[in-house]
Design a protein around this ligand. Structure first.
Ligand code: SF4
Length: 322
């Protein structure tokens, strides 16, 4: 934990039990282990007491967090309480209403409605979900060993739309994975058009040693084609990011101030509930304040706005550790 930090990370799981065929994590970080929820809540409380106002709960697949529960849901030790991810988020959200809670990364196959209802229930849980799709075609998702279909993913998007107000969804996309056909690439573009992600991390496939893909498939999409497809994906995403930000002009977001803008010491910057970077005139505000910012213009990456109100801090700023 950095002294003077505002936004920090707390690991809740280590390792991964999934076997996505392009990924080396299961071989380098081992089986998934979930931390004791009490130690996680304690760490978040200590961070709050030293001035942090945002925590991101981190894991390769946070939705499969389970303490004292087997993968099949059986209780391991009758003398200990059980905790799943929805319950853990609720425990962390209750540390303080002034502590914003984020989480990453969610796996579409494990994203249940219980987590979405908890996001909707707490004002301090950011309604921003990073849900990596990787591809929009079910055959490709099978080769990637992702454990869900295009229809399943779209069903989860529908659930977010129905349960979480004012949400934002970002994703990861890989182009040119082994055997990718033009039809599969077009399916990724059509899924992007259907969902309209607010943001995406986009990569062209590059084979990693020791992965299932290295053993099972040929890395057979020519480099130039991988690049061309990636470019198409990037261009489409940039237009969606811009449309998403344009739709927020005139609206007010709650921004946690992280510091000065890179471009000017007269401006401050911070992220709103949806994880979008906001830039605004500094006025008398300071790092760690929550301010309500009305967006007046934007780029595909940033909202530019003006502060309409300082959010008064909650009266309790030091919490007793249990
Ligand atoms: S991509 Fe993520 S979920 Fe899949 S194996 Fe790697 S770490 Fe696990």
């Amino acid at each position: 934990m950095d002294k003077g930090g505002i936004s920090g990370f707390v690991s809740i799981t280590r390792g991964c039990d999934n076997m996505c065929s392009f990924c080396v994590v299961p071989f380098t970080r081992g089986r998934e282990r979930s931390r004791d929820p009490q130690t996680i809540v304690r760490e978040c409380t200590e961070m709050f007491n030293t001035g942090y106002r945002e925590v991101t709960l981190l894991g390769q697949n946070v939705n499969s967090y389970r303490y004292n529960l087997s993968a099949k849901g059986e209780i391991r030790d009758d003398n200990l309480p059980t905790t799943n991810f929805a319950q853990l988020m609720e425990m962390v959200a209750q540390v303080s209403p002034d502590l914003r809670v984020r989480f990453s990364t969610s796996h579409p196959k494990d994203m249940g409605d219980d987590v979405l209802h908890v996001i909707a229930k707490y004002e301090n849980i950011a309604p921003y979900i990073h849900l990596p799709v990787q591809s929009g075609h079910t055959d490709m998702l099978k080769r990637m060993n992702r454990g869900y279909s295009r229809e399943w993913f779209l069903n989860r998007i529908e659930a977010i739309r129905n349960i979480v107000p004012d949400y934002a969804i970002s994703t990861d996309i890989i182009t040119g994975f082994c055997g990718e056909t033009d039809e599969e690439h077009q399916a990724t573009l059509s899924l992007m058009k259907e969902v309209k992600f607010s943001f995406a991390y986009m990569y062209q496939y590059s084979e990693r040693p020791k992965t299932l893909a290295e053993r099972k498939f040929e890395d057979d999409v020519p480099d130039a084609l991988k690049k061309k497809r990636l470019q198409e994906v990037i261009e489409l995403q940039l237009s969606h990011s811009l449309t998403h930000n344009q739709s927020r002009i005139g609206k007010i977001g709650k921004v946690l101030i992280e510091g000065f803008s890179k471009r000017s010491d007269d401006d401050l910057t911070g992220r709103d509930e949806q994880g979008t970077k906001n830039v605004f005139t500094k006025g008398t505000y300071k790092k760690g304040d929550y301010v309500m910012v009305k967006a007046t213009s934007c780029t595909s990456a940033t909202l530019i706005g003006e502060v309409v109100e300082l959010v008064p801090p909650h009266p309790i700023q030091q919490i007793e550790l249990k």
